[in-house]
Design a binder for this molecule. Structure first.
Ligand SMILES: Cc1cc2nc3c(=O)[nH]c(=O)nc-3n(C[C@H](O)[C@H](O)[C@H](O)COP(=O)(O)O)c2cc1C
Length: 193
């Protein structure tokens, strides 16, 4: 199967991107293909009524070809970074009725707010289906740095990521039967209530 990874940090060499790299390796180890979209340095112009940002068409096609997605959101001032919210403004139905795994990232012991925010406000029109098993990578600078785990915390978060990716894979198989045009009826009902 093929999965998108979206790293939602605007910062170059971000910890979110590091987490995304780890997840990419794990998915590829299981034989999946990966499309990695890193929002570092804000590659996507802010949503504009008159035009899609440069490069969006290619990104849209790549997302369309995926069976599910991992959305990585660092906690910034207790929120999702604006570039990631902009991504959801640009998104059409590329990920509709496909599973999404949420990954919150924090330098400290937080990281729950972006999960709550995305669960509440990013799925209505995109129709992405978030799985119950999200991940929160806390003390992110201390984990996922080496080939194998170096501490109990590192080992524990790797276990959580494995669980979340296994669940994502199973949902990706299961949801293919949902994506029938006559069931989804995206033409008549493009937006959720
Ligand atoms: C503008 C900004 C605001 C931040 N606010 C929070 C916050 O509210 N909670 C938190 O746990 N970490 C916060 N952090 C620290 C991030 O958790 C830290 O940078 C971490 O490495 C994840 O972000 P990154 O993917 O950009 O590296 C903030 C970082 C930035 C740049």
């Amino acid at each position: 199967m093929k999965f998108a990874i979206v790293s939602g940090s605007h910062r170059p060499q971000s910890q979110s991107s590091k987490v995304g790299g780890y997840i990419q390796k794990e998915l590829e180890r299981e034989g999946h293909d990966v499309f990695f979209l890193d929002l570092a340095d804000n590659p996507l112009h802010l949503w504009d009524q008159s035009k899609k940002p440069e490069g969006w068409e290619k990104i849209s096609q790549s997302l369309e070809s995926c069976d599910g997605a991992v959305i990585i959101a660092p906690e910034w001032n207790g929120m999702v970074p604006s570039g990631l919210k902009n991504f959801f403004l640009l998104l059409g139905h590329e990920l509709a009725h496909k599973p999404g795994t949420l990954v919150g990232v924090s330098a400290g012991i937080n990281g729950a707010y972006p999960i709550a925010e995305l669960r509440m406000s990013s799925y209505k029109n995109s129709k992405i289906c978030y799985t119950p098993d999200h991940v929160i990578v806390r003390n992110v600078a201390d984990v996922l740095n080496e080939e194998s785990s170096v501490s109990d915390e590192d080992k524990s978060i790797r276990g959580r990521i494995t669980l979340a990716l296994n669940v994502l894979g199973a949902y990706a198989h299961a949801l293919t039967s949902v994506r029938q045009p006559e069931i989804m009826n995206l033409k008549r009902y493009p937006f959720g209530m």
